[in-house]
Design a binder for this molecule. Sequence first.
Ligand SMILES: Cc1ncc(C[n+]2csc(CCOP(=O)(O)OP(=O)(O)O)c2C)c(N)n1
Ligand SMILES: [Mg+2]
Length: 324
Amino acid sequence: MDISPEKLADAYRLMKTIREFEERMRSEYQQGKLPGFIHIYRNQEAIAVAACLDMTNEDYIASTHRGHGHCIAKGCEIEAMLLELACKEDGLCNGKGGSMHIADMSKGMLGANAIVGGGPPIAAGAALTAKTLGNGAVSMAFIGDGASDQGTVAEALNLAVVLQLPMIFMYENNRYAEFTRNPKPDGRIAERAGAYGMPAEVIDGSDFYAMYEACQRAITRGREGGGPTAIEAVCNRFYGHFEGDPQAYRDQDELKQERADSDPLARFLADERSAALTSEMITAIDGAILAEIDRGFEVALAAADPTPDKLFTNVYIDYAGRLR
Ligand SMILES: Cc1ncc(C[n+]2csc(CCOP(=O)(O)OP(=O)(O)O)c2C)c(N)n1
Ligand SMILES: [Mg+2]
């Protein structure tokens, strides 16, 4: 495994930031302090972090409705994200996006997306940009198991193969779409993607190291002109579909077992390849994360709401790329 101690620390910091960020967010949301509708990414953190660890701001990702982890892994700033989640003017999208529409073009984060299956065509377009510019960038779409059946995904798979785009189809098979268990056995999603004519692997999405190796292979292939790759990351959706969903439709014993078996942070820390991370380092990283999140919430919740006249700004973009 080719991973420097600095990268190892970064991987831990990012996974732990996603975990703590969302747990605090749940608590504030339950108290009615955050508006809208939120979808929690818990137990899927290793996927986003392994996917983005070797990316730069020139690389692109297109996210889903369950996008906080993707944003954090791609480098979005915590305070600016929280201002966005609280719908404040200094948020990443001036408070007009909220949880399901967070984007940060400066980081190559092309947007969370409330449209299931909306991301892959956008990521394919970005991959075509990278291919046309010849800059070695790659583009990744995160896709749920439910989204995998959307026609938009089929279209993007086809285009990526026909044009040999530097694209990665990152399927997150958490085995649920809203309140329905995915009836297909694990592996069928990768099988279908592979049938389009690209390498497709099934990986344990709770195993950071397995995910990181698979992502390195896919990213290198894309950067070197080898075309698209699909990865089916099999994982567990820890909480309900949205915050507040009691998951009464899930077998509670099975859920308990799946939660315990597929905690990527616990598995990462127990893995001997993580031994370079000492308990002192972990304590220091944890302290810094909690302080950053505390500060972010303090700023975001205290910020004034936008005034009504802001409703009509930054809505349209003209052909010169100016927001108006
Ligand atoms: C085009 C479209 N159809 C339906 C919905 C309603 N919807 C929101 S999330 C979701 C399930 C998505 O499941 P999956 O892709 O597995 O993602 P997960 O929630 O498990 O992360 C559905 C059907 C939607 N937002 N957009
Ligand atoms: Mg799902």
